[in-house]
Every structure is written in C-alpha cells, then in structure tokens.
Write a protein that binds this ligand. Structure first.
Ligand code: A2P
Length: 336
C-alpha cells in the first residue's frame, strides 16, 4: 500500500508514522504531508528520512490510503478530493463523524460498520475520550444493558496538539522559576490548573467535546437510547486521558462479573488491586501503551444498578493514531 499521512508533523501524525512502522503495516511508499510551513522538513520512517510535501502539491491518486490528522478544515477540503482520486481515507477530525453515511469505527467495538465505507470512501476516527470509554463499556452494554452514562474526563494537553504540549512545558518551567506565565493556546494557564473547558461552548451550556462524547457513544454502540452526561476537563498532564465513568444498567452489574468481563476483553487491561499504586494512571500505565486500562471498579453505593470505573489510555495512541492505523489494517484485510 502507498500511504499518505496528512498532518505528518503534528502530535498525532508523528505517532501514526511510528505506529505504521511498529506494526509492520504493509506499506511500500510513505508520503508525509503537512502545510507549507513545514516545507523542507523531513520525517524518519524505517531508518530513512522522508521529505514532507505541502498538502496542496500532492496528487492523491499516488496513494491507496490517506490517514488524515490535520483538523476539520483540512479534512473538509481535502478528504473528499482524496476519496475521489480513489484513495481510502481515515480521518481523525470531527468533520465527518456525525454524517449518517460515514462509518465511525472502533475496531474492537463496531468493526462491521466499516463495510459502509464504500459509500463515500471515508471512515471517521472517533474522539479520543469516546474511544477509550466505549472500548471499556461495550462488553458491559452487551451483558447488562447500559441506560445512562455519567462521565468526567481528565484530558491531557497533547489532545490539543503540539503547541499545547509546548505551552504546558513553558508554563511549568516559568512557574518553577518564578517568572510570568503566558497563555496563548488555552484561555487561562494550564500548568498546575484544571480547565472545565475543552473545545467551544454550545448553546445548551455543554462544550463541543462533551457533546462529541454523547453523539459518538450512541453512534458507535448503535443505541440512540443511551443517555450520556459528560464533563470534559483539561488537566496539566502531557500524555494520557483519564475518565471517571459512572454507568446505570438495566440489569445489576456486579463488580466481580464486570472485572471478569473486562479481563476477557481484547484491548482492555484491568489494573484493580485496591491498594496504593495498583490502579492505572497516565504516567504509570497509559503513556506509550496500546491498551485501555480500567481500575477502581466498584458498585455505586448511591444507586441500586450503578457501577463506577476509572478508565485511562494514551490519547495519542488508542485515542487517535493507533485506532486510525487499526482501521487502515482492517481496510487492507477486508476491503481494498
Ligand atoms: P504544519 O506542522 O505544517 O503546521 P497539531 O495537531 O499537533 O497542531 O498538528 C497539526 C498538523 O496538521 C500538522 O502536521 C500541521 O502541519 C497540519 N496542518 C495544519 N494546517 C494545515 C493545512 N492548512 N494544510 C496542511 N497541513 C496542515
């Protein structure tokens, strides 16, 4: 396969390229694409430097697959062009996620939805917070029937992009050295802080990030009846999103059976020993790992059919680049 990576110089694009190499994706030519700002830059793949091409100059008929991670604007303009040139597109932005004829896929959860990719030649990769949550909740929904989800996220800055990682770094150093802190990516300082604000505010008082979790969870689990309430919080963590997930089920879910189900779920690692350090965190477990880690599994003392979980995963890997590459692998195996 000849593979184009759109946004190759970005936080997610860079991880996509390393995952393509790690997983020995059947690739003959890699085309790293970015904006004109990156002209002259190179990316490393299989021990060789590959020059970055400006997106406007690229002829998509040269690629069989294009992995996009350059934001909604770029996806809206270039993904349909790539698809029209015969290229199978997997887009990591939110541009196409809610269109009924575009599949929104997490391979462990709804692999069959991928068959619809032929309609438009585009597959959407879900939001990072949604992916890790549905990987953990799918077996519980199948077994107990989830009626309602109440989730609070603790999201790493790398989800915003490379500039946000640099901002947290610079602000942390500035604070430690007693210098003035400047914010440009976020509206308030992110270092040593917590911001209940991811993406823009919508008319209903929720943020777009929170509503993405609502819309995408229903689409991926194929169940519009699931009620979802989300609060998305940006925290000063570099890599790895955490989520306090509370579910209410039709049939009572015991902590013991939940643990057994999750231990048998591909892509999930249960870390739940109920002692100091024996629970997943972004730094000790998620950073650089592929799994969705689940801990703090317990029955809710305030609700007869409530259950609590703590779900942690690397937002750049399973939350973005890894899921995208897994979709591309399924396309190669079954559809191209
Ligand atoms: P560039 O580095 O040339 O700006 P991040 O999410 O980490 O901020 O990365 C965004 C990625 O999307 C980068 O690779 C960036 O390239 C790319 N990108 C942003 N805008 C455009 C554009 N208009 N055309 C092509 N690539 C773009």
């Amino acid at each position: 396969m000849n593979v184009a990576v759109v946004g190759a110089t970005g936080a997610v694009g860079e991880v996509m390229i390393s995952i393509l190499e790690e997983r020995r994706f059947p690739l003959s030519c890699l085309y790293p694409l970015a904006s004109r700002r990156s002209a002259g830059r190179e990316v490393e793949f299989r021990g060789r430097a590959h020059p970055v091409t400006p997106l406007e100059d690229f002829e998509f008929s040269k690629a069989d697959i294009a992995l996009f991670s350059a934001g909604s604007g770029v996806a809206g303009e270039y993904a349909p062009r790539a698809a029209a040139a015969g290229c199978a597109v997997v887009d990591n932005s939110s541009r196409f996620r809610y269109e009924p004829d575009i599949p929104l896929v997490v391979p462990e959860v709804n692999p069959r939805a991928l068959a619809d990719f032929r309609e438009r030649g585009i597959v959407a990769n879900p939001n990072c917070s949604t992916i890790q949550m549905v990987v953990a909740l799918k077996p519980l929904h199948d077994r107990f029937g989830i009626e309602r989800i109440n989730v609070a996220t603790y999201q790493a800055v790398s989800g915003t992009g490379r500039e946000a990682v640099e901002e947290l770094n610079a602000q942390t150093l500035a604070r430690m050295e007693g210098r003035c802190v400047e914010s440009s990516v976020y509206p308030t300082p992110i270092a040593f802080n917590a911001l209940p604000h991811c993406d823009e505010f919508l008319a209903n008082g929720y943020t777009r990030e929170e509503m993405k979790i609502v819309w995408e969870t229903r689409k991926i689990l194929g169940d519009e009846s699931i009620r979802v309430n989300a609060t998305a919080v940006r925290v000063p963590v570099f890599f790895g999103h955490s989520e306090a997930v509370h579910i209410e089920t039709r049939e009572k879910a015991s902590a013991e059976e939940t643990r057994r189900l999750l231990e048998a779920t591909p892509g999930v690692a249960v870390v739940d020993e109920r002692e100091a350090g024996a629970y997943p965190t972004p730094v000790t477990h998620a950073w650089g790992a592929d799994e969705v880690f689940v801990g703090r599994i317990r029955e809710d003392i305030s609700h007869p059919r409530g259950l609590d979980l703590w779900v942690v995963s690397d937002n750049l890997r399973k939350g973005a680049a890894l899921n995208t590459v897994q979709i591309a692998e399924m396309l190669v195996r079954q559809y191209l």
